[in-house]
Design a protein around this ligand. Structure first.
Ligand code: ZN
Length: 218
């Protein structure tokens, strides 16, 4: 099987991607609580389409006048072909970044009520906003702080030590469902503090552990 699909031309901060984008829901207890959701017994997994990705710095997205919720997340870039749990070693993740899993919360609430899939609430042009990637070499994925400022005000401040399913647990889980490929992305869930964004909002994501500080706007 060929997995050379490339979302955009390769750049230093935008590695070749496989096209597979996994997202984990309800991975921080405080966020599950703020939305009134149960604490899951195993990871909640959904997908975004590759055409939903864009760089954080790239400006307004396709949907003009809708309110989105921001969900700040650590995003993993899979570095190797992982066929089974025994393949999930320290080099399984090649790079990491911070991303926003933009969500049409009102649409998602309606879909949840009807027990329908969330796809159109989670996958649309610009719904996967990504800061530049940094190498995962030497990075302890259980010790990463992540923060989001909107218009200069801190809206989300989390730490990966609070994940219910840590990054390697997520990899172990996903690889029981299908192979993971170099270039697969995994949005690992959001801490509490999700809230609305409006067009023109200035965004900044940063992490001391990752030495990452990136700006964007909606
Ligand atoms: Zn999310």
């Amino acid at each position: 099987m060929s997995h050379s699909y490339q979302v955009e031309p390769a750049r230093a901060d935008w590695p070749q991607l496989s096209g597979n984008i996994y997202c984990i829901g309800r991975n921080y207890a405080d966020h599950a609580k703020e939305l009134g959701n149960e604490i899951p017994a195993e990871p909640v997994v959904f997908l975004k389409a590759p055409s939903s990705l864009r760089r954080l710095a790239e400006g307004p997205i396709a949907f003009a006048d809708e309110t989105y919720h921001h969900e700040l997340e650590l995003v993993l870039l899979v570095g190797r072909h992982l066929k089974s749990q025994s393949d999930v070693g320290p080099d399984a993740v090649a790079a990491v970044t911070l991303g926003l899993d933009l969500t049409r919360r009102g649409v998602q609430d309606q879909l949840k009520k009807k027990s329908l899939p969330w796809t159109i609430a989670k996958s649309f042009a610009g719904s996967g906003m990504l800061a530049p990637f940094v190498s995962a070499q030497g990075v302890d994925l259980t010790r990463i702080d992540l923060q989001l400022e909107v218009n200069g005000e801190v809206k989300q401040a989390g730490h990966t030590k609070d994940m219910m399913f840590p990054c390697y647990t997520i990899l172990h889980y996903l690889v029981t469902l299908q192979n993971l490929y170099p270039g697969d992305l995994i949005f690992t869930g959001t801490p509490s503090g999700v809230g609305p964004l409006k067009r023109g909002d200035q965004l900044r994501v940063f992490s001391d552990a990752l030495k990452l500080n990136a700006n964007g706007r909606l």
